[in-house]
Design a protein around this ligand. Structure first.
Ligand code: KG4
Ligand code: ZN
Length: 361
């Protein structure tokens, strides 16, 4: 079965073709991506209207490209999948509209995919895919969640952020440091030249006894620290010596990573599971990978990451999630082409999702 997947929830247009055969893990045949980062950079963040218009421009050429690269023709596609939510409404509508139009024109069924489930299952695109069950740390621009994952569509929320997401903490702190958009990778690059223990920043909810996160206070602490330094330097952040900026960046990164790693280890302990999957844009963070690898190696726990280039948004994870949902039988593709999108869509609403209290069996 061939699945064409389209991602357009935010600032990347992604298209991919995945093939699934029997019970084997589906295989990625080709994927293509257009990032809008350069376009939004001038505005310091994503401009939704511009994002939608750019998705319209890119999606069909990218679809043509992946079909050529996979050696498949449009009429060989069995299912057209698209990101139904969460994300920017206008941007989602582009992918949903194109997918449903393609489905209707080809007389093939369509399937709307949850963006976070795409991230969650993206490590299955790697050469060494994980096995169920596992603990998932989902860290993206809008979400920070720890989940117990027993199978496709069998997700039990263990903890999540009560305010900002980890990616947001990176992005907002980066903005305070004059690093532009997207802040996470830029802050992380700068941090490599600094000392993570230079400034004492809070580790919110580290000792809360549960698996929830909170990053809003950290952002405020970074702002307070930045103001102090600016006062002492008599200059705005852009004019500080590189070492100072790097120290603040490294201390911020250390605080975020510290909380993510410790809470993930707590989740592993609480569930008794011996496998962890990290997914979402922040999963590309070098320090997070290093520290989690070290902590897990000590306890003989396997860690799986998506390949680096598949950590941030892409079409491959959407095609993969669709293929895995179909393969496992938790969802069927339908020939209903009247689409809607879900800009806000908690993962817990997925049909097979379990209540936190229910047994994972
Ligand atoms: O998963 P993603 O591509 O989009 C969402 O679904 O939100 O994640 C984007 C987030 C942004 O906040 C970005 O700054 C962050 O992931 N990010 C990173 C790194 N690469 C991307 N944060 C820290 N270090 C990185 N290397
Ligand atoms: Zn994402």
């Amino acid at each position: 079965m061939l699945v064409l997947g389209i991602e357009s929830s935010c600032d990347e247009t992604g298209v991919a073709v995945v093939e699934s055969m029997g019970a084997l893990t589906p295989v990625l045949l080709a994927h293509a991506l257009h990032s809008q980062i350069e376009m939004h950079q001038a505005y310091g963040g994503v401009v939704p209207e511009l994002a939608s218009r750019d998705h319209i421009r890119r999606v069909l050429p990218l679809a043509g490209q992946v079909l050529r690269e996979s050696g498949k023709s449009l009429d060989q596609i069995d299912v057209v999948a698209y990101t139904r939510g969460p994300g920017l409404a206008g941007a989602l509508l582009v992918g949903a509209g194109v997918a449903c139009a393609l489905g209707a024109a080809l007389d093939k069924p369509v399937l709307g995919v949850h963006h976070l489930e795409g991230h969650l299952l993206s490590p299955f695109l790697s050469a060494d895919p994980p096995q169920f069950p596992f603990v998932a740390l989902l860290v993206s621009g809008g979400h920070t969640q720890l989940m117990r994952v027993d199978g496709v569509g069998r997700y039990q929320m263990l903890g999540e952020t009560i305010d900002d997401a980890a990616g947001e903490a990176f992005d907002k702190s980066a903005k305070l440091m004059g690093l532009g958009y997207p802040g996470g990778p830029a802050l992380s690059r700068l941090a490599q030249q600094g000392r993570g223990d230079a400034y004492k920043l809070p580790r919110p909810l580290l000792h809360s006894g549960d698996l929830d996160f909170s990053f809003a206070g950290l952002k405020t602490a970074v702002m307070t620290q930045a103001k102090k330094i600016a006062l002492a330097q008599g200059a705005p952040v852009e004019a500080w010596p590189l070492a100072l900026r790097a120290d603040l960046a490294a201390s911020t990164e250390a605080a975020i990573v510290d909380v993510l790693v410790k809470k993930t280890m707590m989740a592993l302990q609480a569930t008794g599971l011996e496998r962890v999957v990290v997914a979402g844009g922040v999963g590309a963070n070098r320090l997070l990978r290093q520290q989690l690898d070290t902590a897990c190696a000590r306890r003989h726990i396997r860690v799986h990451y998506p390949e680096l280039h598949l950590c941030t948004d892409n079409g491959a994870m959407i095609a993969m999630a669709a293929a895995m949902r179909l393969q496992s039988g938790v969802q069927r593709a339908t020939a209903v082409y009247a689409f809607d999108v879900k800009p806000r869509w908690p993962l817990a609403e997925l049909s097979e999702c379990m209540d936190p209290g229910s047994s994972p069996g």
